[in-house]
Every structure is written in structure tokens, then in C-alpha cells.
Design a protein around this ligand. Structure first.
Ligand code: HEM
Length: 357
């Protein structure tokens, strides 16, 4: 990534022991929109205020915005790949879309820090938002998820992590940003635990105890690891996952909160299609016989620099009835046309536009 790329939010920070995921909707109306815009400029200071009290606990927060919310809060230009969450599958096996304008992904090694930051952030937002989902997640034993397998092994690291997760020149107005897809899964743990370890390993595609990938000769093409491995022109396309376990044993609730970052929504969508529909269709992910997605959202994560500048941004006019719902390239083009016309971003008094040039 060139040095001129705006500073990303904490997308690429290492794994932590705890996390809080909050999805909220914003009340439609200018007062709420103004509150949320102002809040964007306060997030970094809030993370500093809470995190500095326990530097070793690695507190961080990433905020993202849904497709409709982007138009309503910030107007044009809009991120090229931002569109409503795409659903895949049907019947019992379906990746469903659920409401959500803002995502907060708060992480730390101690839950008290996550809790404090979540409380402060929501206090600032007040009645401008309604929280529609809140999950308190934890890492289970040696970085396993609640189905008992180590989760995150094949995540990219170092330079390739940044390359897979952070937008570069392909959408110059939004470089340093990212896209994040979240899904809250509930597991039928009783049925899962009734399987033999060998059956579970064939479903995941890795050995349970050692975490070693199964040999190609025995790994089924419908294993989770096979269906989420993407190859484009001989190159593997990866995403960056920070999944967490959650649950309430007393209510027999056992879950995995899936969260995947990428520089475009496409790879994660392709993985979901492979899992839910199958590759080829019908050859679906057997993990879904034991796991049900109960939420689904796609959010754009602005760079940290752009997040700081968002309070100064106002949607000048209602967005044209364009391809927002499809996320097609015309949005991308219009952003660049704005840029070409003015020589700077055509977004009101946005500071620091030179960083994006
Ligand atoms: C029920 C929810 C899920 C659970 C419990 C789960 C668990 C796992 C586990 C245990 C692994 C193997 C270790 C690793 O490489 O991390 C894995 C791999 C992976 N998962 Fe998931 N996962 C879930 C949902 C998803 C979803 C929704 C996606 C993408 C849309 C996804 C994408 C991936 C990818 C890309 C890999 C690495 C594949 C490889 O290169 O071998 N997972 N997952």
C-alpha cells in the first residue's frame, strides 16, 4: 500500500480475547443524521480515552455504515462496492439480510474495556439510534470457536492481510477503507456434538485436535474449507476474519459471530454463495445442517482519516435513483466523475481531500 493511502481503521489489528458487536439503525431525520455525523468525529477520542487507561488490553473499534445509511448520512460520492446485503440460498439454508445502518466492532483483551467503550459510544448517540443487535463475544480456549475447531488459521497476515482487506487505488475516494460482512450464526450444538470427530473434521476440512488441513484425497469438496477457498486466475483470494463465540448456556444458545473484512464485498459474497447454494449448486456446506444464520449485514468501513472528516459532510441532495441496490459500477464511475469535474472530491467542505488524490 503506498504511503499516501489514508490510515485505515483498526481492521488489521491482531485477534483479541473479547469483542462486542453492535448493529444499530439510525432514526430518519436531520437531527439524528447530524448527531451521527458529529459522533463519527468523536470515535477516535473515545477509543483513546478508554484505551489509554489499560494500554496492554489492545482496545480498538471499527465502525461501518450500511448502504441506505451512507446516502442518508453522507450522500454522494458513495463507495463503489456498497450495496444492501445480498441474500443466498433458500428455505432452512438461507443467508438472510437484517436491518442495520451502523456496525460497531469493538475489541479488547478484557471485556470491561469493550463494555466501557460500547457504553460511551452509545451514550453519545443517544436517541438517534436504536440498537437492533448486540453480541458479546469471546475466544474459546486455544482460539477455537464454539464448534470446537481452531478458527482463523488461514487468515492472511502481514502485507497480504492489508492487500486483501484494505481498499487501494481502485476506488481512490475511499482508499484506506474496507467492506465488512457480518452474520450471527446459532448452532445446534447437541446435534453437532453427536457426530463423531471424524465426521466433524470432514465437514470443516481440518483435523480437530491438531488443526492440520485434511489431505486432498480425503477432504470432501463440500467441506467448509473447500467451499470458502477461492481461486482467481491461479491466485487464492482471501478475506480477513475475526469470528467470535457467544452464547447463553442456560437458554441453550450457542453461536458464532462471523465477521469478514475485504477490499470488496465480492469474495465474501462468493464464499457465502458456495456455502449456502453449493459449488456446484447442491454441493453445499454441511456446517449449515447444524448452523443457522439469523442476521446478515454489509457495511462500508471508511478509513480512520475519512471517519474523522465525516462530521463536515452533508448530503447536498437526495441521491439519484441509481444502482444503489445493486452496487453496480455506475456508482463507482459517478464518484470519479465528481472528482474529475472538480479536481477534488465533490463533497462539500470535507477536509484533507488531498490525501485521497
Ligand atoms: C457457522 C459459522 C462459521 C464457523 C463456525 C466457521 C469456522 C471455520 C473454521 C473452524 C475454519 C478453519 C480454520 C481457519 O482457517 O480459520 C474456517 C475457515 C474459513 N472460513 Fe469459516 N466459519 C463460519 C462461517 C464462515 C463464513 C460465513 C465464511 C465466509 C463467507 C467463512 C469463511 C472462511 C474462510 C475463507 C476460511 C479459510 C478457508 C481455507 O483457506 O482453508 N466462514 N471457518
Amino acid at each position: 500500500m503506498p504511503d499516501t493511502t489514508p490510515e485505515p481503521q483498526a481492521v488489521c489489528k491482531p485477534i483479541t480475547r473479547s469483542a462486542i458487536f453492535i448493529v444499530a439503525t439510525v432514526a430518519r431525520g436531520e437531527a439524528s443524521a447530524a448527531t451521527v455525523r458529529d459522533w463519527c468525529g468523536e470515535i477516535a477520542a473515545l477509543v483513546r480515552a478508554v484505551g489509554t487507561r489499560a494500554p496492554a488490553a489492545n482496545l480498538s473499534c471499527v465502525c461501518g455504515f450500511g448502504s441506505d445509511a451512507w446516502d442518508f448520512l453522507f450522500g454522494a460520492p458513495r463507495p463503489a462496492g456498497l450495496h444492501p446485503f445480498r441474500e443466498f440460498g433458500s428455505g432452512e439454508r438461507r443467508a438472510i439480510a437484517t436491518p442495520g445502518d451502523i456496525l460497531m466492532h469493538i475489541r479488547a483483551d478484557h471485556m470491561d474495556l469493550c463494555f466501557e467503550l460500547a457504553s460511551q459510544m452509545l451514550r453519545k448517540l443517544g436517541g438517534a439510534v436504536t440498537v437492533v443487535d448486540e453480541v458479546h463475544g469471546f475466544r474459546y480456549f486455544d482460539l477455537r470457536d464454539i464448534v470446537g475447531f481452531v478458527d482463523g488459521t488461514e487468515n492472511p497476515s502481514g502485507r497480504s492481510m492489508v492487500e486483501c482487506a484494505i481498499i487501494g487505488d481502485e476506488d481512490a475516494n475511499f482508499s484506506g477503507g474496507s467492506y465488512v460482512i457480518v452474520q450471527k450464526y446459532l448452532h445446534n450444538l447437541e446435534a453437532w456434538n453427536a457426530l463423531s470427530v471424524e465426521q466433524q473434521e470432514k465437514i470443516i476440512g481440518r483435523e480437530k485436535f491438531s488443526d492440520v488441513e485434511l489431505d486432498a484425497a480425503v477432504k470432501p469438496s463440500c467441506s467448509h474449507s473447500s467451499l470458502t477457498t477461492l481461486d482467481e486466475d491461479g491466485q487464492e483470494v482471501k478475506i480477513l476474519r475475526h469470528n467470535m463465540s457467544f452464547g447463553r448456556p442456560g437458554a441453550k444458545e450457542f453461536g458464532t459471530y462471523f465477521i469478514g473484512y475485504a477490499r470488496s464485498p465480492r469474495p465474501t459474497e462468493q464464499m457465502m454463495e458456495n456455502m449456502f447454494v453449493g459449488r456446484p449448486p447442491g454441493n453445499y456446506d454441511r456446517l449449515l445442517d447444524f448452523s443457522r444464520a439469523v442476521t446478515g449485514g454489509l457495511f462500508f468501513v471508511p478509513s480512520a482519516d475519512l471517519l474523522d472528516e465525516l462530521p463536515e459532510r452533508k448530503p447536498c441532495a437526495a441521491p439519484a435513483a441509481s444502482s444503489h441496490s445493486t452496487g453496480q459500477d455506475s456508482d463507482h464511475d459517478s464518484g470519479h466523475q465528481d472528482k474529475r469535474r472538480d479536481g477534488v472530491l465533490n463533497i462539500g467542505s470535507l477536509k484533507g481531500t488531498s490525501q485521497h488524490e
